[in-house]
Ligand binder design. Sequence first.
Ligand code: IPM
Ligand code: MG
Length: 356
Amino acid sequence: MEKQIAVIRGDGIGPEIVEQALRVLDAVAEKFGHTFRYVDADMGGIAIDRWGEALPAAELEKCLASDSVLLGAVGGPKWDGMPGNKRPEKGLLALRSAMGLYSNNRPAKLWPQLAAASPLKPEIVEKGIDFIVVRELIGGVYFGEHRTEEADGELKATDVMSYSEHEIERIGRIAFETAGKRRKKVTSIDKANVLDTSRLWRRVMHRLASEYPDIEYSDMLVDNAAMQIAKDPSQFDVIVTENMFGDILSDEASMITGSIGMIPSSSLGEDSRGLYEPIHGSAPDIAGQDRANPIGTILSAAMMLKYSFDMDEEAEAIEKAVNQVLDEGLRTGDMMAEGSTPVSCSGMGDAVLKYI
Ligand code: IPM
Ligand code: MG
């Protein structure tokens, strides 16, 4: 097969981790007889520096014209002082929205080799951590009106959060369908004791739940969910939630698995084209030092093969290689534990390549 992949290296550690993922994709292409063509696109801080905006039209066009997009990370202190609508992150939000990627999938799965790196007690970790956060990605407060104005001699800021039924229903369906292929359990997370958006969310989810009688469904308030993820993560299979709750809970979910540097994600819409990125940020403190963990990006590339290109075997080859590298005891700084061998970002790439 021949596929065109738009590659957004981005800011901070973005370029280093993407480089390793591309090496792995090349090895897979060679082994399985595919051709991957890469088209570099600028987004985030680097695009602001080069073009004056976080997602210039020509760069977006490259993404829309490709079969999928692979992204490193965007943002950094250099652009922190910029107004909200000019920040690097705005480019990412605009890209998700322009591609119609309403469904963000973030697996929180414990790699047994990393159990000791989890901040949770062993008796909690032993019960297993294997769930997916299905996060609504192009609605809610992220995309409502943002405004700061003078009112009565002081500044007043407003962010509008809204959801329509169809936005809730389509993400709900993804959650139920996903659960159908897993342990058949959906937990919908909201703040229905306070928010109207959550009350509507719950109504639509309940309607859907009656369409999927073989799926065990429950609601959970977001504050309780934050607690339950730390207390007994084994109770979750598929979590479905709105944009901002999903942002927050998916960071918590990744942390309990040992390292946020390991977690990939997919963002999908109505067609097979997706955006694939690790869930961690641009880590400016270690950028350019060859110390970052490239595995989240490498596994994001594997998700791309599986979900956008239907290349299950190829994706599995990458996951297996990562597993072997962890078995070998190789660790980047973020997941170092006693008795393991430290490797650099490119060293980790070399190690994964060896097993492809
Ligand atoms: C994420 C990130 C982004 C988000 C930021 C960079 C805008 O935190 O992908 O989780 O909040 O969605
Ligand atoms: Mg986040």
